[in-house]
Design a protein around this ligand. Structure first.
Ligand code: CS2
Length: 500
């Protein structure tokens, strides 16, 4: 349905502007808004998630809470700045789903006060981060932005990190900015800000803290000790499906709000934000507006990374082999649906979270993935599959082995993906260009085994994994993907049927 809509031209003169609409309907006064948050990586996920959450917060709170406006910092692409600057960093967000009553809802988001180019305005950004009103530095810079090695430690050999270590007062990386700003705050006798990673990384706060300390240690061990003792890096779990930009996205603000928007965000109604309650000073009272503040994110992390992210990757692996373009198209095929449900039971059996907790979450994820109103491309989800297999799928396989859960179904999607990469094609011969690193693609094309591709150490369960993978590859080649999915689902009783 979405694709049939006529893309509008942003110069369509019958439409109003986002700024004029804000003036008419603003739920809070942006002129009275202070900057309390400096955010690195103001991309689409941030605008659909944290900026939206802060916007809701500001809309619901009294004037004394109007101190959590956001200053965004772009370090790599300047695309967002050029799109949003002419509309004063306002943009529209549309929630669209086929599973809720109110299918389409659009509004203007006003929480971003400015977005600046961190490379050009390095000192401006550092001074912002050192301002007394700023209590939070947040990040959505993707895994690549942390410059980590295979063990999730800072890669000090990385070119950008090496540059910053040589020039710590004019940094180019987010880690470099954080350390220099914390140094300035310490020098000026100010409390440190809280640094909150909102990236999809397991225990993102701990990873960030380790990277920051490793970097600071190389510059000034005393500064590192100060950060270790005084700064905090809470872990968080973030969730909201924000698909890639499509031409048809521009239709939503024009149709629903009669405005033209250069940077519309289309997303699902669902969102989740779980934050470890470990802040150095002031923070928004987020718990009043639906954010889960907790002392332990572990169960939430397990559920999000295993039933959403890993399942996303599992289905994407199958879909690239099947030649399917969108997530909802895949999950709506009976063979995929049954297989995915059984796969989720296997994941639950391998996961140390009570099944009752998982059950509701699983049903919700299945609804979200089947959301045809929000086409989410397999191209987006299958990008960097090798990295995602290591990050999301391998920990499940590891636990499956120790809890004696069969790895058969858990391996099948990975085998389907290997075959698609090896042949550079889907089952029907349509071209597939994997968005993975060249060494991974080359290793797969040269026939490397799974544990070799993932760089796993050789032990008993890597042998089982390689054997299961070999078997799954043969099955797909012999019977075809859909029949293999059926065969791997046969003779099983669904959990819901079992408990009915
Ligand atoms: C997806 C995520 O590409 C992926 O790994 O699973 O981008 C997913 O859409 C988000 O984590 C949803 O919160």
């Amino acid at each position: 349905m979405v694709n049939l809509l006529r893309p509008i031209s942003v110069s369509d003169s019958n439409l109003g502007t986002v700024t004029a609409l804000w003036r008419q309907q603003s739920p809070y006064d942006r002129r009275a808004l202070n900057t309390g948050i400096v955010h690195f990586g103001p991309g689409r996920f941030f605008r659909g998630h944290l900026a939206y959450i802060i916007h809701n917060y500001l809309a619901q709170k009294e004037p004394q809470e109007q101190k959590w406006g956001i200053c965004g910092v772009s370090l790599k692409s300047q695309h967002t700045i050029s799109k949003l600057k002419p509309q004063r960093f306002l943009y529209t967000l549309t929630k669209h789903s086929s599973y809720t009553k109110n299918r389409e809802e659009a509004e203007v988001i006003g929480s971003i006060r400015e977005i600046v180019n961190g490379t050009e305005k390095c000192d401006y950004v550092l001074e912002k981060m050192t301002s007394p009103s700023v209590h939070l530095v947040t990040l959505t810079i993707t895994q690549g932005g942390y410059h980590l090695d295979k063990s999730f430690n800072l890669d000090t050999a990385n070119e950008d990190v090496a540059h910053d270590l040589q020039n710590p007062s004019t940094p180019t990386t987010a880690i470099g900015f954080i350390v220099e700003a914390l140094r300035r705050r310490r020098e000026r006798g100010m409390a440190p800000f809280t640094t909150l990673s909102c990236d999809n990384l397991p225990r993102n706060g701990e990873i960030l803290r380790r990277a920051v300390l490793a970097y600071a240690e190389l510059i000034d061990p005393q500064l590192a000790a100060y950060i270790r003792d005084n700064a905090t890096f809470p872990n968080s779990v973030v969730d909201r499906i924000v698909p890639q930009q499509q031409e048809a996205d521009y239709n939503y603000p024009s149709r629903l709000l009669q405005v033209r928007d250069r940077g519309p965000i289309i997303t699902e109604p669902f969102w989740q934000f779980v934050v470890e309650d470990n802040f150095t000073s002031d923070r928004p009272s987020w718990e009043d507006t639906g954010v889960i503040m907790t002392s332990d994110i572990t169960p939430f992390l397990y559920m999000k990374s295993r039933f959403l992210n890993a399942v996303h990757s599992f289905i994407a692996c199958l879909a690239v082999r099947a030649g399917i373009e969108y997530m909802h198209e895949a999950i709506r095929l009976p063979e995929f649906h049954l297989f995915t449900r059984l796969l989720m039971s296997d994941i639950a059996a391998a996961t140390p979270v009570p099944y009752q907790m998982c059950e509701q979450y699983i049903n919700q994820v299945l609804l979200r993935l089947a959301n045809e109103a929000l086409p989410d491309s397999i191209e987006r989800i299958s990008a960097e599959t090798a990295r995602k297999v290591g990050k999301y799928i391998f920990p499940i396989l590891h636990d499956a082995y120790s809890r004696q859960v069969s790895m058969k179904r858990l391996i099948l999607p990975v085998a389907a993906w290997l075959l698609a990469v090896r042949e550079g094609a889907s089952e029907s011969g349509a071209p597939y260009n994997a968005k993975d690193t060249q060494p991974v693609i080359t290793a797969i094309r040269e026939g490397a085994i799974l544990s070799g591709i993932l760089g796993l150490e050789n032990c008993e369960h890597t042998n089982i994994l390689d054997n299961e993978c070999h078997q799954a590859l043969q099955d797909i080649q012999t019977y075809g993907l859909l029949t293999t999915l059926q065969n791997y689902s046969n003779g099983e009783v669904l959990n819901e049927a079992a408990s009915a």
